[in-house]
Design a protein around this ligand. Structure first.
Ligand code: ADP
Length: 221
């Protein structure tokens, strides 16, 4: 039977990364076909994903039998076994589907996946390490970097952003950043308006170019 419908994803390798990803997709309402060659792993995901199959994904006929080519999106979560990751990924790429995501455990691994033509190479430890560095440095509570050096930072407002309405403070022209949302102590996130006044115990979301937004957040003492 076919499960390759519009909102469905095949996840190959249900380790710590692929497993968490597959469960999150299911919780968001996406149908997941999970494939792993470990019986124990497959057992542990039984009933939690739309379909779980024990199979060796490096084999062409296995992928064909499971109609993997009918899925628009596939994630290869195999990492430790670099050979299995590369074999599986290159077989998937033959189906010429646009959305292939593959995990790399090292720089050379990532390079090879990119050379193969993988659309999205993910390096979880590397990316998380970079992200956490910004949190460890201090003022930032959360840090998201987008492709083009654009970031969103959750922080407390620096003194220069406090006590007067945003329309008076002109943060965009002075600092090249936008405070897009505010959360008062015990409250919910809300969009800011020109009339919003920020205080010391608020949390804010600042967005802007990476250097600008970081410099602004660094003003928090
Ligand atoms: P993590 O660090 O995210 O746990 P691993 O690379 O250690 O990632 O684990 C990836 C998963 O991929 C494991 O559950 C393993 O059983 C599975 N796996 C490895 N090789 C294959 C293969 N050839 N076919 C299918 N699944 C595989």
């Amino acid at each position: 039977d076919r499960i390759a419908e519009a909102d469905s994803v095949v996840v190959i390798g249900l380790g710590r990364f692929g497993g968490a990803l597959a469960l999150e997709l299911e919780s968001l309402g996406t149908q997941v076909l999970g494939i792993d060659d470990s019986e124990e792993t497959v057992q542990s995901f039984n009933g939690l994903l739309t379909h779980v199959v024990r199979a060796d994904a490096t084999k062409d006929e296995v992928l064909r039998q499971l109609s993997v080519h009918e899925f628009d999106r596939a994630v290869v979560g195999i990492g430790t076994d670099v050979e299995a990751s590369i074999l599986t990924t290159s077989r998937l790429l033959k189906f010429a589907k646009p959305g292939i995501w593959a995990k790399a455990i090292s720089e050379p691994h990532a390079e090879i996946l990119e050379q193969l033509g993988v659309h999205h190479v993910i390096r979880p430890e590397h990316d998380m390490g970079r992200r956490v560095a910004h949190l460890v440095r201090g003022a930032m509570l959360d840090y998201v970097e987008f492709e083009d050096n654009f970031v969103m930072i959750r922080t407390t407002p620096p003194a220069v952003a406090q006590d007067r309405p945003l329309e008076v403070l002109q943060l965009r022209s002075k600092y090249d950043v936008t405070v897009v949302a505010v959360k008062r102590k015990g409250g919910q996130w809300e969009h800011t308006t020109p009339q919003t006044v920020l205080y010391d115990d608020d949390q804010v979301i600042v967005q802007g170019a990476k250097d600008k937004a970081e410099a602004f957040s660094a003003l928090v003492s």
